[in-house]
Design a protein around this ligand. Structure first.
Ligand code: NAP
Ligand code: MG
Length: 518
């Protein structure tokens, strides 16, 4: 059967009773499995360790969603060794066959969509629509990278000369250590892992300790569709405890990381050190943090701009690398904009994420909540003015109010450091040019956007606003696979583009072959 063209997975309309019912059923099913324990799996062998840890429901932290094994250094070493042995076989598997595993997985994930989403509702505090979008993106990655592998496995263009027959093929790299974050617990984990594997590599997948169950669901799906044992090795436990072992292992060929700047830098440095017996320079693909801005011009639909800012700042509690954490607003409309934002934020309901009437759920864990609250305090101490939020939210969960702090100085801490929570800093600027200057004043360069009707300003911003994903007159979150290849500049990472046409090349190397014919 001919393969259809790639198309983004549609989002679920939860206003439809049938869809609501289906999601409720999935939530019940996931809840009924809360007490289960999950193994580490290396080369198909299920391993249980003495030390365990729980993954908690941040809406109700007394509730464990699953029990996981704490890997140690020996298991980390073993996982890389097993992956290295398996690579010798997997690398010869036909690309078409590898892609078929992804298409099969996409199909099953689509059929059980709500179950995957329900896991994220409980494990990381995603609301229904946020979880649904995460699952849709995971399906997109499977479909997109499968097709990309088919394209890249075909003959690649080289210049012809009469005396030789020349070809160029992409071949895999080797063992990859895949380290995703918890915030797109399924999509990013599935995207990073599937890309590496479809390109012919074997991997050790270590999900975030905040979202091992979501990682497990992906791993079991790949097992179910028949990906051979040892191609994906599933290891849980603290990144600090086993991460260095795997990154430094001489048989590790590349590291695919998405997470914070601090951990990304650490991995980059460690991977650069050539270990005894190591035969290559390791490749590191690191996608890191952001400090993303929306610029608001006076020549704009201010109400729509405020709406887009609120959606970008507070969707999934501001815990997106793409989230708007700064609104840079020209003086002329500054007060009016703040009033509009305040009004919209006032309508936001915060509470447990399994209740679909809540627009915001909890933040991911206690440490994260405390860190966000400390940033709010710091923002106010450094001269910011509290416009909305800032207070405590009742309830057992790690809830934080959507918070808006105005009159923030461009150099203030909350204007420079990634908070990764529902906190929006508003900065006053004289005019649009001044706004662009401030927009580029952090060490990051992930997403950003402008709201203006002036074509000249738009064209200027397209050139000078230095971010990997730039948006005009829309929200700055919600990148779609294939449509908005995603990844940032500067300290936001190594300039990769997930969901783009050059992403798979990061996990391959090109072999040029020439045969003399005359
Ligand atoms: P994180 O704390 O850096 O953790 C990311 C992953 O690294 C986790 O799996 C973590 O495991 C692991 N890790 C920790 N220390 C390690 C070490 N020494 N060696 C190897 N792995 C180690 O980030 P996060 O809190 O999960 O995610 C939020 C961050 O991700 C934000 O900064 C956000 O901007 C960024 N992000 C960026 C993008 C992008 O595309 N640029 C997308 C999404 C998120 P443990 O959980 O076990 O510690
Ligand atoms: Mg959790």
């Amino acid at each position: 059967m001919a393969l259809s063209k790639f198309k983004n997975e549609p989002l679920t309309d939860f206003s439809k009773p049938a869809q609501r019912k289906a999601m409720e059923k999935a939530l019940v099913k996931v809840r009924s499995e809360f007490s289960k324990e999950y193994p580490i799996v290396i080369g198909g062998e299920e391993i249980r360790t003495n030390e365990k840890f729980n993954s908690f429901n941040p809406s109700k932290p007394s509730q464990s969603v699953g029990v996981f094994q704490k890997a140690n250094v020996d298991l980390a070493n073993k996982a890389v060794e097993v992956a290295a042995a398996k690579f010798e076989e997997w690398k010869w598997t036909e690309p078409k066959k590898r892609a078929e595993y992804l298409f099969k997985a996409a199909k099953l994930m689509r059929n059980r969509k709500h179950e995957f989403s329900a896991v994220m509702v409980y494990e990381v505090g995603k609301t229904w629509p946020e979880a649904d979008a995460d699952t849709a993106e995971a399906i997109d990655f499977l479909e997109f990278y499968g097709r990309e592998m088919l394209r890249l496995s075909g003959p690649q263009p080289v210049t012809k000369i009469p005396t030789e027959k020349s070809e160029l093929h992409y071949v895999p790299l080797g063992v990859g250590v895949v380290v995703p974050p918890w915030n797109f617990a399924l999509a990013i984990l599935a995207g990073m892992t599937s890309a590496a594997v479809v390109a012919g590599n074997t991997v050790v997948l270590k999900p975030s300790s905040d979202s091992p169950l979501t990682g497990w669901k992906y791993f079991s799906l790949m097992r179910e569709v028949g990906v051979p044992a040892g191609v994906i090795n599933f290891i849980t436990g603290s990144g600090g405890a086993v991460g260095d072992t795997m990154v430094a292992h001489p048989k590790t060929r590349f590291v695919s990381f998405t997470g914070s700047k601090e951990v990304g830098i650490h991995i980059y440095e460690l991977a650069a050190k050539v270990q005894p017996g190591q035969k290559w320079l390791k490749r590191v693909v690191a996608e890191m943090g952001g400090k993303d801005s929306i610029v608001i011009d006076d020549q704009t639909d201010l109400d729509a701009a405020a709406q887009a800012t609120v959606a970008s700042a507070f969707g999934f509690q501001g815990q997106k690398c793409s989230a708007a954490s700064r609104a840079i607003v020209v003086d002329k409309v500054y007060d009016k904009f703040i009033n509009l934002v305040k009004e919209k934020v006032g309508a936001i309901k915060v509470g447990p994420s399994d209740d679909p009437s809540n627009y915001m759920g909890p933040v991911v864990n206690r440490g994260s909540r405390d860190k966000i609250n400390a940033y709010v305090e710091k923002g106010l101490n450094e001269g910011g003015r509290l416009v909305a939020g800032g207070g405590k939210v009742e309830g057992e969960g790690f809830f934080v109010q959507p918070t808006v702090i105005a009159d923030v100085e461009p150099g203030a801490t909350i204007s420079q450091e990634e908070i990764f929570g529902p906190v929006l800093a508003v900065i006053r600027v004289k005019d649009f040019d001044h706004a662009l200057e401030i927009a580029n004043n952090t060490e990051y360069g992930l997403t950003g956007g402008v709201w203006t009707k002036d074509r000249k300003k738009i064209e200027k911003a397209k050139k000078v606003f230095h971010v990997g994903n730039f948006y005009v007159n829309r929200k700055i979150t919600g990148a779609l696979v294939g449509v908005h290849p995603f990844g940032g500049f500067n300290m936001s990472g190594t300039d990769s583009k997930a969901g783009g046409k050059d992403y798979l090349l990061l996990f391959m190397q090109a072999k040029a072959i020439s045969e003399k014919i005359k």
